[in-house]
Unconditional design. Structure first.
Length: 415
């Protein structure tokens, strides 16, 4: 839920943001550790919470998750390395590698570190089994349907490359290589609706019965939504848990053994904890449209350009001028990049939208809310723009958890 910066009890309030603006060069990301801790508490009924670090993979955020007894998911060798640096242990189930393929280097490190694999293809099982018999594995099953806030985040069904379509075909491979099947996993996409959820729970139960192997875990995957709009309702976690818990009980009865229920959220844990702070650098009229151009681009926050995602916007004035929330003007917010798609107020498919925002002046600041998930982690160096700073507010202190990349660092790879 977008934090109202003038009334929020969280640390993402005007006073703190103004303090940071004075200290640091915009644009920058800010996270509030309290919000993350509160979100973790909401999921405590699950036996295991596994953070999908793709949403926000900063080592310090990972350490925070570890301190709160979470486990972690990794989808690349880079994410495995981050998890290890943050203190998650190899030779355990603290890190699980989820993918649909292995590259050679990742495969060899996974075997060396003895990290369980959540396999999304039969080829992964063959490649792993032939050099690491006995390795602990999960099967990621494609339940033949999916759901997502955008077509690009739907991870089930025929148009998705994710997961195993016919899990029973995995069993002979598992047997051949003596792989140790410990769990089944389903993630249909980001954004939940309860009807889909019921179908996933049913599909999970059916898959377990079909395979009929003595697994220990089932994973509900991630995909728990957050309210990006002010008037949106948060997901009912009680209902979400109870649907999955019923599936777990059925499975447990069928296999006649206790089953651990795991959940694997990214966005739900960190999305609302983060904001992006940027500065207005130019204002111009294009025909009838009022464009406000800021110093952050889609190289920083990619979601609006990639999916047409909505991020709530607040304005802070640079001087002591009062921002009049009631005196608004239809505004298009754009960034500095050399592309027309570098617009933060757009719908999926690139349709430019305007938003009613207070009248701004050059030098004012724009805050994008709920950017803690898939904000910094999706940034790029496009237009040779350095990665920007990340700041964590924890125990009333402001800590730089990633400094701004220098041009020398950026260019050094080519020299
Ligand atoms: N588990 C698996 C296997 C996943 O593929 C994902 C997300 C998650 C968990 C976490 O999903 P979450 O709880 O964060 O929705 N870049 C997009 C989201 C892509 C999600 C990819 N997989 C965005 O900005 O919305």
């Amino acid at each position: 839920m977008p934090q109202i910066i003038h009334q929020t009890e969280s640390n993402l309030n005007v006073k703190n943001i103004k303090y940071l603006i004075k200290q640091y060069q915009s644009p920058f990301w800010v996270y509030d550790a309290n919000i993350i801790s509160n979100k973790i508490q909401l999921l405590k009924k699950f036996d295991i919470i596994r953070f999908a670090q793709k949403a926000c993979s900063n080592i310090h955020i990972l350490k925070l998750m570890r301190k709160n007894n979470l486990k972690v998911d990794a989808v690349s060798l880079g994410e495995i390395k981050r998890a290890l640096i943050a203190g998650f242990k190899k030779n355990s189930d603290e890190i699980v590698f989820t993918a649909d393929l292995f590259d050679e280097e990742t495969l060899s490190k996974i075997i060396k570190y003895n990290i369980p694999v959540n396999a999304g293809s039969l080829d992964m099982l063959k490649q792993l089994g032939s050099i690491s018999p006995g390795h602990r594995i999960w099967l990621r099953i494609n339940p033949k349907f999916g759901y997502g806030h955008s077509k690009k985040t739907n991870t089930g069904g025929e148009n998705s490359k994710h997961g195993i379509w016919d899990p029973h075909l995995a069993i002979p491979i598992i047997k051949k290589y003596n792989l140790k099947l410990i769990g089944l996993h389903m993630h249909i996409g980001s954004g939940v609706n309860y009807e889909h959820l019921k179908k996933v729970c049913y599909a999970m139960t059916k898959s377990v019965m079909q395979i009929n192997e003595k697994i220990t875990y089932i994973s509900a995957g991630g995909g728990l939504p957050i309210p990006y709009q002010l008037n949106e309702e948060p997901i009912n976690i009680k209902k979400y848990f109870s649907l999955w818990n019923k599936a777990r009980e059925k499975i447990s009865q069928f296999l006649n053994k206790p089953i651990q229920l795991e959940v694997e959220p990214g966005r739900f844990l960190v999305g609302e904890s983060g904001i992006l702070v940027s500065q207005v650098r130019a204002i111009k009229n294009m025909g009838n449209k009022n464009f406000v151009l800021i110093d952050a681009g889609f190289n920083d926050l990619m979601r609006p350009t990639m999916y047409g995602s909505y991020h709530h916007i607040s304005v802070i004035s640079s001087k002591n001028r009062e921002i009049n929330e009631n005196k608004t003007i239809e505004t298009v917010i754009g960034g500095p990049l050399c592309e027309s798609g570098d617009i933060f107020t757009q719908k999926e498919g690139g349709r430019i939208e305007s938003r009613k925002l207070p009248l701004m002046e050059v030098g004012d600041y724009i805050i994008f809310h709920d950017t803690g998930a898939y904000g910094a982690s999706m940034s790029s160096n496009y237009n040779t723009r350095p990665l920007i700073q990340e700041i964590l507010i924890e125990n009333n202190t402001f800590k730089t958890i990633r400094r701004r990349q220098t041009f020398e660092e950026l260019l050094s790879l080519e020299q």
